[in-house]
Design a protein around this ligand. Structure first.
Ligand code: UD1
Ligand code: UDP
Length: 379
């Protein structure tokens, strides 16, 4: 059986790494089932060292077999370029299945290209919905799900969404969260990272860590509008008076902060907010594990903080991952300056939200996916 997997942007790499491990494990112990021939395609949607290559090193992902060199552009440019280049790979390699993960432009483009040439597509992290169609990811999720043949879901809410949209239940497989596989696999290594020492938050032999909060921001709705970004920045001014903020800044956000001339004034031009380059995965996990709390508009970080049971303030008004709120440590605070400050103060007062880990977020999701794909192929 020949499988082609597609990655393109930062959050794809931690989702594909466990699948590569599960495929390798299957091939070692496969008899009497068929072996899997696997090829990895990197679209090049993200291309900076800190947004791409570092994850190949940290997650021990082999060099991609194909690099499509798509780069940045408008939605149509990115999606169209991936389709044109990926179709060539499919004509050449003729795989039995295309695996896509998450909700980025490379995801929708690869799934659409595959099914149009009659190659089945499997979507990992299917069924998530924010119900906000102004988010480019929401369109990507809906279209990827409607065209895919296998829908691997992380939580029961995703199954419900797919069934409500009329997708046949035979296509839906509740397998858990593949991103959690990566987290659990790398947690011990992450605890050895020296990132806190590098940031001056601890010393080599010290058992104490200076309390800090970890911030990430990159949603267009938060960072592309000066007004919305200023609402968040105003909250950061207050919060950073109480606790230092570590801010690995996404390239989109750094560009916008520069363009809006916000970087040279408080809170950024002080030690209270440390703006750093995006970090590798191992360092970032360490920063999450040791943070007093996390502020983010990321999708995946809402899940990681739920597994680590670190309070998370999500700087959005919706989430496609509602289980992180109903069961996990996540609270939606949007760009509401007062709410961000209030919830931060509550956490600093020892009243942070505690949660529990959703079922099937156990580190074995990728193995379940490989078993399902193989057993269906044998029918
Ligand atoms: C993309 C995904 C988003 C995901 C995020 C993860 C889509 C529609 N969006 O958003 O779902 O949460 O990745 O990080 O697919 N840039 C660089 N270097 C890079 C990559 C990007 O400088 O290596 C800059 C470019 O100016 C680019 C901008 O960031 O125009 C945005 O990149 P893009 O891939 O279009 O979207 P993201 O905001 O990264
Ligand atoms: N991440 C990282 N370094 C950073 C920021 C995030 O390694 O500086 C990791 C994080 O641990 C998670 C993933 O990137 O695994 C989330 O990606 P991102 O927030 O870019 O995308 P989203 O999940 O919102 O689609």
């Amino acid at each position: 059986m020949k499988i082609v997997s597609v990655v393109g942007a930062r959050p794809n790499f931690m989702k594909i790494a466990p699948l590569l491990r599960a495929i390798k494990k299957h091939n070692t112990h496969h008899a009497p089932q068929p072996t899997i021939e696997h090829l990895l395609v990197h679209t090049g949607q993200h291309y900076d060292y800190e947004m791409s290559q570092v994850f190949f090193q940290d997650l021990k992902i082999p060099e991609p077999d194909f690099y499509l060199n798509i780069g940045s552009g408008t939605h149509a440019q990115q999606t169209g370029k991936v389709m044109i280049e990926f179709e060539k790979v499919l004509f050449q390699e003729k795989p039995d299945l295309v695996l896509v993960v998450g909700d980025v432009n490379s995801t929708i483009a690869a799934a659409l290209t595959a099914v149009k040439v009659h190659i089945p597509a499997a979507h990992i992290e299917a069924g998530l919905r924010s119900f906000d169609r102004t988010m480019p990811e929401e369109i990507n999720r809906i279209v990827t799900d409607i065209v895919s043949d296998y829908l691997f879901t992380p939580s029961p809410d995703a199954d419900e969404n797919l069934k409500r949209e009329g997708i046949a239940k035979e296509k839906i497989f509740l397998v858990g969260d593949v991103m959690v596989d990566s987290l659990l696999h790398n947690k011990a290594r992450a605890s050895e990272s020296d990132i806190l020492e590098k940031l001056g938050l601890t010393t080599h032999h010290a058992s104490t860590i200076t309390p800090y909060t970890l911030l990430t921001l990159h949603r267009p709705s938060n960072v592309d509008s000066r007004d919305n970004l200023v609402k968040i920045v105003n909250a950061l001014k207050e919060v950073s008076q109480k606790i230092p903020i570590i801010f690995p800044a996404h390239p989109r956000t750094l560009k916008k902060l520069t363009e809006f001339e916000l970087l040279d004034s408080p809170p950024f031009a002080s030690d209270a907010v440390k703006v750093i380059d995006p970090t590798g995965y191992i360092d970032f996990l360490n920063l999450e594990m040791n943070a007093t709390f996390v502020m983010t508009d990321s999708g995946g970080i809402q899940e990681e903080t739920t597994v680590l049971d670190i309070p998370c303030l999500t700087l959005r008004n919706t989430t496609e991952r509602p289980i992180t709120v109903s069961q996990g440590s996540n609270i939606l605070v949007w760009n509401d300056t007062q709410k961000i400050i209030e919830e931060s103060l509550k956490i600093l007062d020892g009243k942070g939200k505690k949660g529990s880990c959703p079922g099937l977020w156990d580190g074995r999701t990728a193995e379940r996916i490989v078993q399902i794909v193989i057993s269906r192929q044998e029918i």
